[in-house]
Write a protein that binds this ligand. Structure first.
Ligand code: ADP
Length: 271
């Protein structure tokens, strides 16, 4: 015998009318299961860098009479601490984005400026890996949103394009005006000629902590959270993220946002 639990809420009331809205609790249970899953994943992911830091700290202690070894272990200690800090930063970002209303203040954002800043943030990594970033210059295109979130999303995509390509690869970023069902959009496309993604992985890469190749993700400082953060940012802006990829040839990620046309302000002529 199945039991159905209902949550009730008084939705509207006046002198002679009470409206009771009943919810079955399946949705609440689903939300709770997702939350529990996230916490379990986080605990698991935190164990790796914390474990490594513990082992390396012991190694430094044991090697104290060997300055070269101490230096080597101290360097790795710094790398692991950096990884841990990045993981915690991304977990906080993701939980903020999952909160009920992450986009309280929207402003008119210049998409070209977002792309330029994202490229600046990735320049050092690109130079290290001899990756050539090509910015196909756009027209004056604007979206309504949070400049820093949008920059984070594009930065994540460019970083991935660099990380999952061989040295000397090419990453191209373009901003394209698009129309679908009569609605106008702005697409930011990040293309690489890197390792590509198999069709069965293409949907899963947007899940939290999903990596196609754990070793490669970890060695490039990945946390497995980047694309789920990008997806949350896209959704919070009424947009979407899609991938097109051919294994061995490369990938194109398309971030789509509703276009925004601010009203032209007529300034008074000063005589
Ligand atoms: P990570 O921190 O591991 O990069 P992401 O959420 O950003 O996590 O990406 C999830 C996985 O998707 C990566 O581990 C990688 O396997 C795959 N991936 C993401 N971007 C690309 C790309 N441009 N080319 C090939 N694989 C990619």
């Amino acid at each position: 015998q199945a039991t159905l639990q209902l949550h009730c809420r008084i939705a509207c009331m006046d002198d002679d009318m009470v409206l009771l809205v009943a919810f079955d609790d399946a949705h609440a249970r689903r939300v709770e299961a997702v939350r529990r899953d996230f916490v379990a994943n986080i605990s698991h992911e935190l164990k790796t860098p914390i474990g490594a830091i513990g082992v390396l700290a012991e190694a430094v202690e044991a090697a104290k009479d060997d300055p070269a070894a101490v230096e080597r272990f101290a360097g790795r200690l710094q790398t692991e601490t950096g990884r841990l800090a990045e993981l915690v930063r991304q977990i906080i970002d993701l939980s903020r984005l999952q909160a009920a209303d992450p986009l309280l203040e929207k402003e008119s954002v210049d998409v070209a400026e977002v792309v330029a800043e994202a490229i600046r943030r990735c320049r050092e990594r690109a130079e290290k890996r001899h990756v050539n970033i090509l910015n196909v210059h756009p027209t004056d295109t604007r979206v309504l949103g949070d400049q820093w979130q949008l920059t984070d999303a594009v930065t994540n995509l460019i970083q991935n394009a660099i990380n999952y390509s061989d040295e000397g690869a090419r990453v191209a970023i373009s901003i394209v005006d698009a129309t679908e069902n009569g609605e106008e959009f702005v697409d930011v496309k990040v293309s690489d000629n890197g390792i590509g993604i198999k069709p069965e992985d293409q949907e899963r890469i947007f899940e939290r902590f999903y990596r196609v190749d754990y070793g490669r993700s970890r060695s490039s400082g990945g946390t497995g959270l980047g694309l789920s953060i990008v997806r949350h940012i896209a959704q919070a802006h009424g947009g979407s993220i899609k991938v097109w990829s051919i294994p061995g040839q490369g990938s194109t990620f398309t971030l789509r946002f509703p276009a925004y046309h601010p009203r032209v302000e007529h300034r008074k002529e000063v005589p």
